[in-house]
Write a new protein. Structure first.
Length: 97
């Protein structure tokens, strides 16, 4: 996980409780890396990997916290938001026709 991510989160307007929220997001990001034995840097560099991990997290994360962490890291690394899963799935189906 990129070390400048913390600064990115601190500067996010959508995060209200800076210290607690940033700390929580960083902790969840590290937990995702540890649980799945992967690097978020590698995952978010590939849209298919990002999609696959989001699908797995959706099955295991009823409150969407870890999905949100992955999406925020994707935004940080790629400068754009990852599409909603249904939109991405539609794009994949059209691409494979």
């Amino acid at each position: 996980m990129n070390t400048d991510y913390k600064d990115f989160l601190i500067n996010e307007d959508s995060i209200w409780s800076k210290k607690a929220a940033v700390s929580s997001r960083l902790s969840l990001a590290r937990k995702i890396e540890q649980q799945f034995e992967l690097s978020l840097d590698e995952v978010v560099s590939d849209d298919i990997l990002t999609y696959c991990l989001l699908r797995v997290l959706k099955l295991r994360d009823h409150h969407n916290n870890r999905q949100n962490v992955l999406r925020k890291y994707y935004l940080y690394m790629n400068g754009r938001e990852f599409p909603k899963l249904a939109q991405f799935e539609s794009k994949l189906i059209l691409k494979n026709r």
